[in-house]
Design a protein around this ligand. Structure first.
Ligand code: SF4
Ligand code: SF4
Length: 465
């Protein structure tokens, strides 16, 4: 008999007033008993609508059935057929818009906690099974991947499983991309990311760090001099956007990318870290997406008394996941919505001392379908802050396209591909993830990697014939 409880088994979590002072993971994960009970809420639908919502096509009812039976290893093996990073996806996928968004249990209650179950299974496997994957027999072909973020790691894993010799070139000193520099420890512990990266290395994937493709080597050199038959560009979207208002070059203004990189990758929050970061009293984070929530919650944990999210639309329009907004509110982040900065104010030494803002109201919907924010006349006020973090989105770094003749990009700098296969305007050069879409989600980047791996394999095999 399925468990017909209309509610998901709640996720055990650190208390808000405790967790907003430490960087340990907020959600503590299900116990075995909780996981089995939650898995029993799945109706094992024959047409499995949830699966169509998963960009990497995990056999969701298949793995959940094993969880309900208490066979967690079998559940892991089902997930691993489709996902190279299950412990990551179970934590950071926007499940409410993906798999869980299609779950039929959501019609009359809460959906099955698919992400929570996936996380449980991946964590259980990591803690209980220590057999290493074996590298398959080589097929004699070489593929290069640029960028060791979620998209690049997915391509690398899928091709390695087919016997390809894959080398991943990563610009930073560790693999993981946005999983390492962007998403904070309290949402995604870094040892979990590195454990998943180690699994790929055991499959035979080579990861070369501190390799900035476009500076150290070009794509043409990889293909002509190093013998790679195909290249997958997964260099992400690391170029931050700013507002273009006066005062943005003052000391104490960060891009969210820089702030989060200092905190997450460079561990600025640790006492023995040599990475400098502002010890702020009052912080304004401009923007309303997940990155803004991450930056605000980091600033709070670093000891800021007042942390504001400054967003020009209303609470209903915040693009961040609902869960992230709720967590931020619980932790004491103050939401100043319908507010837009117009100038950053500095003191006599060039440090931020505040920002001038205007209040906004919402007008008619714009091209994006969201109501357009309009300035309220005479509403100017000053918000006293000593740090500003701009979380306004990012676009791809121009380095790859500027050093690869014939590689087409759109006006935002995103590489143009032929569609889901990811083939660019250059033969045997594929691209996917944020380098193509601009900043999006981890799971969409992984889905693009999966499609591209299939296309690369088909293209190389077609050449053999
Ligand atoms: Fe859902 Fe993401 Fe897991 Fe797919 S990978 S089943 S979308 S949580
Ligand atoms: Fe289970 Fe929901 Fe998928 Fe149906 S839609 S198989 S209930 S997870």
């Amino acid at each position: 008999m399925p468990n017909m409880d209309p509610k998901k088994c709640p996720m055990p979590s650190q208390e808000p007033n405790v967790r907003n002072k430490n960087f340990k993971e907020v959600a503590l994960g299900y116990t075995e008993e909780m996981a089995v009970n939650e898995a029993k809420r799945c109706l094992q639908c024959k047409n499995h609508p949830c699966r169509s919502g998963c960009p990497v096509e995990i056999d969701i009812p298949g793995f959940i059935k094993h969880v309900a039976e208490g066979d967690f290893e079998a559940a892991y093996n089902v997930i691993a057929q489709s996902s190279a990073l299950p412990a990551v996806c179970g934590r950071v996928c926007p499940q409410e818009h993906q798999c869980e968004g299609k779950c039929v249990r959501g019609i009359k209650g809460e959906t099955v906690g698919i992400g929570r179950l996936e996380r449980f299974v991946a964590d259980w496997y990591r803690n209980n099974v220590h057999t290493k994957p074996t590298a398959p027999a080589p097929n004699g072909h070489k593929v290069a991947v640029i960028g060791a973020g979620p998209s690049g790691l997915t391509v690398a894993g899928d091709l390695a499983k087919l016997g390809y010799k894959v080398t991943v070139y990563e610009a930073l000193h560790v693999a993981g991309g946005v999983l390492m520099y962007g998403i904070p420890e309290f949402r995604l512990p870094k040892d979990i990311v590195q454990h998943e990266v180690e699994g790929l290395k055991e499959l035979g994937v080579d990861i070369e760090t501190n390799m900035v493709i476009g500076k150290v080597l070009t794509i043409d050199e990889l293909m002509n001099d190093y013998g790679f038959e195909a290249v997958y560009v997964a260099s992400g979207a690391g170029l931050p956007r700013f507002m273009g208002i006066p005062g943005e070059s003052l000391n104490g203004v960060y891009s969210a990318n820089e702030y989060l990189t200092r905190v997450n990758l460079m561990k600025a929050y640790k006492e023995d870290s040599r990475t400098p970061i502002m010890k702020s009293k009052s912080v304004a984070v401009v923007g309303g997406g997940n990155v803004a929530m991450d930056a605000a919650r980091c600033a709070k944990r670093l000891g800021a008394e007042n942390v504001y999210i400054v967003y020009r639309r209303g609470m209903a329009e915040l693009p961040a996941r609902k869960e992230e907004v709720e967590h931020a509110e619980e932790e004491g982040i103050v939401f100043k919505t319908l507010t837009n900065p117009t100038e950053v104010l500095g003191d006599e030494n060039g440090w931020v001392k505040g920002m001038t803002c205007v209040e906004m109201e919402l007008g008619e919907p714009d091209a994006s379908g969201r109501r357009r924010p309009i300035v309220k006349e005479g509403s100017e006020f000053v918000l006293n802050v000593d740090t500003m973090i701009m979380a306004l989105g990012t676009s791809p770094n121009p380095l790859i396209r500027s050093t690869t003749p014939g590689l087409d990009a759109d006006k935002h700098g995103c590489l143009i591909t032929n569609g889901p296969d990811g083939l660019t305007s250059r033969p045997m050069v594929y691209a996917g993830g944020d380098a193509v879409t601009g900043a999006a989600t981890v799971i969409l980047a992984m889905g693009a990697g999966k499609e591209a791996a299939r296309a690369i394999d088909a293209a190389i095999k077609a050449k053999e014939q």
